[in-house]
Ligand binder design. Structure first.
Ligand code: BT5
Length: 274
């Protein structure tokens, strides 16, 4: 179980540390956060659960969320103005969480666009950002994060065995969940304030430095079922992924750049895995 007492002693940030809810079990911390915002219009709030029974990924996918080993959390940031930078929140969140994990574990974390947290090519965590506007004149951003911390290989379901990992598997030792979640929350709080105050430029640099996607051949999957192959070129001013489509002629550069604002991409391996 996550220890609320230990969490309280570890919190350097009074602001978020004071509005922290810790549950043994929730369906989904993001769903709870959205409902809580609608009902109570609260200030910035953190919701953590030891286990989720209906953890959500993007595009209606599910998030494997067993008890006693991982981190499942959502931060509700309240803001009172329309935010032009909304497209940058998922990228900032990926970078801020990666920094927190790296500081604690010394494991290098890369980001698959927009914000899958990878160790090598395996997924160690995911981020789900959602927003709500006009709740008693407030707007909310919810940043939900799920991190595989102390799961052993034998505890993963069959369908994740080839693609997922945990920090314990990578470090070959258990990782202190409470200390890590406090680092993550503190890093996200700083990141959010910095993004609102100073804009996205420094986050673009930090994001590029840990992108596993830029420069890769990828396949993008669109909601209407269509697909696009191409090379991931860069991140645009709104946080979108810019792709040079592979054209039928041999000169890739002649194809027009395409922008993806949301959706799924696959990295196409051009070298064998290590
Ligand atoms: C994500 O979605 O990666 C975002 C996951 C966010 C989960 C957190 S937990 C706290 C908060 N409350 C919630 O309800 N959600 C957030 P997506 O990119 O759609 O990835 C989902 C896919 O990742 C699934 O279809 C699986 O293939 C894979 N997956 C599911 N659970 C996993 C796990 N524990 N570790 C690694 N991969 C997983």
């Amino acid at each position: 179980m996550l220890s609320p007492t230990k969490l309280a002693t570890l919190f350097p940030s009074k602001k978020l540390g004071e509005t922290l809810y810790v549950f043994d079990e929730l369906a989904s911390t993001n769903t709870f956060a959205l409902e809580y915002a609608k009902r109570h219009s609260p200030p910035d709030t953190v919701i953590l659960a030891d286990k989720q029974t209906a953890g959500r990924g993007r595009l209606d996918r599910s998030w494997f969320s067993p008890a006693e080993s991982n981190i499942y959390g959502s931060i509700l940031f309240c803001h009172d103005r329309p935010i032009q930078l909304l497209g940058w929140v998922p990228l900032m969140a990926g970078v801020a969480i990666a920094q927190a994990i790296e500081t604690q574990t010394k494991i290098r974390i890369h980001l698959k666009w927009p914000n899958d947290l990878l160790v090598g090519e395996r997924k160690v965590g995911g981020v789900l950002c959602e927003s709500l506007s006009n709740v008693q004149k407030n707007n909310y951003v919810v940043i939900g994060f799920g991190i595989n911390v102390n799961l052993s290989l034998s505890e993963f379901p069959q369908d994740l065995l080839d693609s997922a990992t945990s920090l314990k598997i990578q470090c070959r030792r258990s990782v202190d969940r409470e200390a890590l979640v406090v680092r993550i929350i503190t890093s996200l709080e700083k990141g959010w304030e910095d993004l609102l105050t100073n804009g996205h430029q420094s986050w673009l640099l930090k994001y590029n430095n840990r992108s596993a996607t830029i420069g890769q051949m990828i396949q993008a999957h669109f909601p209407d079922g269509s697909r696009l192959m191409g090379r991931a070129h860069s991140i645009g001013v709104h946080g979108q992924l810019r792709i040079i489509p592979s054209s039928s002629d041999s000169n890739e550069q002649s194809a027009r750049m395409r922008d993806i604002h949301s959706g799924e991409i696959l990295h196409i391996r051009t070298t064998s895995p290590q």
